[in-house]
Write a protein that binds this ligand. Structure first.
Ligand SMILES: *[C@@H]1O[C@H](CO)[C@@H](O)[C@H](O)[C@H]1NC(C)=O
Ligand SMILES: *[C@@H]1O[C@H](CO)[C@@H](O)[C@H](O)[C@H]1NC(C)=O
Ligand SMILES: *[C@@H]1O[C@H](CO)[C@@H](O)[C@H](O)[C@H]1NC(C)=O
Length: 602
């Protein structure tokens, strides 16, 4: 049963008064914040849904159940500082999206067909989740069974809320909100809760769904998860833990920071906590994460590759300097992703937020000089691939290994190009994204592998094109322990040949489409979608595949929540009205959850 607190009852009473006086008399809609401006809720769907964001008549009555433990009552042994305060955003930001014009009826009809096809694939997965795995973390797409791998708070459901809204599936959305209202964040199926996953999927999902719909239940639940994560900062140096020991966190005695974590873990809280502070007016979340990022800021130029941080860091010692492996791919990825995005979200030159812009430009310049390479390929495509950099005795050395996770970086450079008005970033972003599209196209399934190697162009600048040399490729390929006969030309391994429904490549294609308006990106997206939908189609939904190098690869009974939260959302948004989730109104977290860019009213 819900535990109604006095404060909560008072809150309800106020809401009833509000609803009664402000909303139309025939509506029975508690917990809804009326949109301030019409365009705030752009749907952009061509199914006549454009106005429904302001139509509050059909919102069902939803009863909120507070969680069995109030995370706001934890008595901290080590209370974090409550400053700096979150700054007010500026009134103007650089324009991000291309100035789209109406298209011919013929072109529009093609895109509309594609949009509906993506929606059809989404609906199959969603219906199966509802019938087979409702309130569980994930659906198994082949067997139709379910699994709880993220604390058992219905990860797929929370992660998919905003996609339902964007696709115009209004009844499903409110059905899901009703379920969210009953999630108990005071209990977990695991004794240790992962900070990173909980932040990006649950808190991110709730914040975005709230930003889109204004439904107060989502705000209340976002605060519950936010306070749970905030308890992870109850440590002697106010740095966050990687895993929250659930029971220890509740009694407030203080948690022990792990000696070594992947840098993405402490680096991927900024957007969620900043947005939570903006929405609640409570600075504590912003302050907590600002101190974490100060550690990265202060030492950015002292590492073995100044401008970037090693893949592993120690928040216990606040050591973000020791280590020789550098990458923007897995383990580090969203640490970098959140720097330009935090700069966009905060939209301020206040000192506590200015650091995100400084860190962004600094890492972007460093990665261009040390991580990206032009692969030796048979054609003349102008592509770049993101590799890894090890700094050994002889200085930085570029290892031409890449992975699907790295494919977000093209979109991030394009976004950075617009935000910081830098054409080199934009151009680099396009080449990196073309590199991922190239990799998709190269394999017989039309999908790139999880991890692979190519030959980098020789010479002092590996970003400069070189001539195809069959012998060099063959030699490099045979040297590899993971030697395989049937690799496409240019690739020397498919080290991990799986495709596990990941979004990063289509994410960058989506960003490039919205920023440049060039049709090449929409066409690439359609090729990718057909390939992915085809190879992953499974009895109940879509399944990871084992080997992208062979047509008709086997599948694995595995579908993570990001398939519905990210991959299909990005595909859908490429073919939908470009004003739906405009990049001038929203910034997306690393799980594709859009946070509204607040603007001070001029
Ligand atoms: C925190 O301390 C207050 C006052 O002593 C107490 O009422 C409250 O129950 C404590 N909170 C928790 C979670 O133990
Ligand atoms: C690190 O170097 C960059 C580039 O030179 C500079 O903009 C930035 O201010 C430096 N950071 C610190 C903390 O000194
Ligand atoms: C996959 O592709 C094949 C061959 O192009 C086609 O016949 C089939 O209908 C496709 N399957 C799906 C699920 O799209």
């Amino acid at each position: 049963m819900a535990r109604f607190r006095t404060r909560y009852v008072a809150f309800c009473a106020l809401l009833v008064v509000f609803v009664y006086h402000v909303l139309p008399r025939d509506s029975a809609i508690p917990y809804i914040r009326r949109p301030r401006r019409k365009q705030e809720h752009s749907d952009g769907s061509t199914e006549g849904l454009a106005q429904y964001m302001n139509d509050l008549k059909h919102v069902p009555r939803i009863t909120l159940m507070k969680s069995s433990f109030d995370w706001n009552t934890v008595n901290f042994t080590y209370p974090p500082e409550r400053t700096p305060r979150i700054p007010s955003p500026v009134t103007t930001r650089p324009r991000i999206q291309y100035d789209f014009r109406p298209e011919s009826a013929r072109v529009a009809a093609v895109q509309e067909k594609r949009r509906l096809e993506v929606k059809r694939v989404f609906e199959k997965s969603w219906k199966s989740y509802k019938s087979q795995a409702w309130m569980k973390d994930a659906l198994k797409p082949i067997s139709g069974e379910s699994v709880n791998q993220f604390s058992g708070w219905a990860a797929t459901l929370v992660d998919t809320l905003d996609t339902l809204w964007m696709l115009g599936l209004r009844d499903d959305f409110y059905e899901a909100v009703d379920a969210v209202a009953r999630i108990d964040f005071g209990q977990s199926t695991s004794s240790r809760v992962n900070m990173f996953e909980t932040c990006i999927r649950y808190l991110g999902g709730l914040l975005a769904a709230y930003d889109l719909s204004g439904h107060e239940v989502l705000k209340v639940k976002a605060i519950e998860v936010g306070d749970l994560l905030y308890a992870g900062f109850n440590t002697d140096n106010s740095m966050p833990v990687d895993f929250i020991d659930f029971d220890a966190a509740k009694d407030g005695e203080g948690l022990t920071v792990e000696p070594s974590v992947v840098s993405a873990s402490p680096g991927t809280i900024t957007l969620e906590f900043s947005r939570l502070s903006q929405i609640t007016g409570d600075d504590k979340y912003y302050a907590a994460v600002s101190h974490v990022m100060d550690t990265f800021y202060e030492h950015q130029n002292e590492t073995m590759l100044p401008g970037m941080w090693p893949m592993m860091v120690s928040m216990r010692r606040q050591d973000v300097v020791t280590g020789y492996q550098f990458t923007i791919a897995g383990n580090a990825d969203s640490l970098y992703e959140y720097l330009p995005k935090a700069s966009a979200l905060l939209g301020s030159s206040d000192p506590s937020s200015k650091k995100y812009e400084v860190m962004s430009k600094n890492f972007m310049d460093t990665a261009i000089d040390n991580l990206f390479f032009r692969p030796m390929i048979t054609g003349s495509e102008d592509v770049l691939i993101s590799g890894n950099c090890d700094v050994l005795k002889d200085g930085p050395s570029l290892d031409p290994e890449s992975e699907h996770l790295a494919c977000f970086i093209g979109g991030l450079y394009a976004l950075g190009g617009r935000l910081f008005e830098n054409d080199k970033y934009l151009e680099t972003g396009a080449k990196l994204t073309r590199g991922c599209v190239y990799a998709y196209k190269s394999f017989p399934t039309g999908i790139m592998p999880e991890r692979y190697n190519m030959v980098k162009c020789p010479g002092p600048d590996p970003k400069k094109a070189c001539k195809w040399d069959e012998e060099v490729w063959a030699t490099e390929r045979e040297k590899r322990a993971e030697y395989r006969e049937h690799l496409p030309k240019g690739f020397t391994t498919a080290k991990d040949p799986r495709y596990i429904l990941r979004p990063e490549a289509i994410e960058s294609v989506f960003v490039l489409w919205r920023i440049t308006g060039k049709d090449e990106w929409r066409e690439a997206a359609w090729d990718m979608f057909q390939a992915v939908a085809n190879a992953t189609d499974a009895p109940f939904a879509n399944a990871a595949i084992d080997d992208v190098t062979v047509v008709g690869s086997g599948q694995t009974d595995y579908m993570e929540s990001f398939w519905l939260a990210e991959t299909l959302k990005y595909f859908y948004l490429v073919f939908a009205d470009p004003e739906l989730i405009s990049l001038d109104d929203f910034v997306l977290n690393t799980e594709a959850h859009p946070f509204r860019l607040s603007k001070t009213q001029a």
